[in-house]
Design a protein around this ligand. Structure first.
Ligand code: GLP
Length: 261
């Protein structure tokens, strides 16, 4: 895993946007895996600006979101479909038919999981997967204990995740208990992963995912087995990393040969 230490949230978002923008320019029909949550909001704002100010073209881009709550309709302000429309899709020239979010309203949830997994395959797999991380080290909604080879499945959220996500709802009772989520296996099939981590509250999760043992108790740690993952960690989230000096040192040295890569 390549670890980049960013100064703060804005710097993390700038660096993430540079990677995604470059990837879209190189491959205009790229398949992007997208995440929700506060962490990637700065990235999405920069992608919108890149479209509106520099003409970044999304017309052939295909997207798959990581997850969706069970029983929240797409027009519910807390649904992940609503979030994506509001933060990104409504402001760029993407074809909404090319944007995929699991259907949490599906009558048969297991059929929906199988359908979503098949759509990922039919699209040729994800080229670049954007990820945030939960305080317990989860990626998407792969809570501790989820099999590291899991495909898209139904997840029961932990009380900690429900509590964390309750800030967007009137109260924690309103937070759905279940979600459809891409599995750790579906995520690590992506050709490249981009993990974004920001803020002091994420420091233990960043440490566990990046430097801890690979374990289903911290599903983000599965990224250590992935051959092409970049983690951009802001200084507050990097506070507990043992090898922070090395990551900084490495970064400076990489910059010296950047033009030859
Ligand atoms: C939820 C989402 C994750 C996200 C996490 C952290 O659990 N399913 O994809 O990474 O929240 O969200 P935030 O970025 O708001 O801290």
């Amino acid at each position: 895993m390549q670890v980049i230490i960013a100064a703060d949230y804005e710097d993390m978002s700038d660096r993430a946007a540079a990677i995604v923008i470059e990837a879209v320019r190189r491959k205009p029909d790229i398949v992007l895996g997208l995440a929700t949550g506060s962490t990637p909001e700065g990235l999405y704002a920069r992608l919108v600006a890149a479209h509106q100010e520099d003409g970044l073209d999304f017309s052939r881009v295909v997207t798959f979101n990581l997850d969706e709550y069970v029983d929240l309709p797409p027009d519910h302000p807390q649904s992940y479909r609503y979030f994506m429309n509001e933060k990104l899709f409504d402001h760029v020239n993407i074809d909404k038919a090319n944007t995929h979010v699991p259907n949490g309203m599906a009558e048969c949830l297991s059929d929906e999981c199988a359908r979503y997994e098949q759509m990922l395959l039919d699209a040729g797999g994800i080229d670049l997967q954007v990820l945030g991380i939960g305080r317990d080290g989860h990626i998407a909604f792969n809570e501790p204990g989820t099999a590291l080879h899991s495909p898209t499945h139904i997840a029961a959220l932990t009380p900690e995740t429900i509590e964390d996500n309750s800030r967007f709802f009137d109260n924690s009772e309103d937070v759905p208990r279940f979600a459809i989520t891409m599995g750790v296996g579906s995520i690590t099939h992506a050709r490249r992963c981009l993990l974004l981590t920001s803020g002091e509250s994420k420091a233990p999760a960043a440490r566990a995912a990046i430097e801890g043992p690979v374990t289903s108790m911290v599903t983000g740690s599965a990224l250590q087995m992935h051959s092409s993952t970049v983690a951009i960690v802001d200084a507050a989230a990097a506070a507990k990393l043992d090898r922070i000096d090395y990551y900084r040192w490495q970064q400076e040295n990489w910059d010296r040969i950047a033009e030859r890569l």
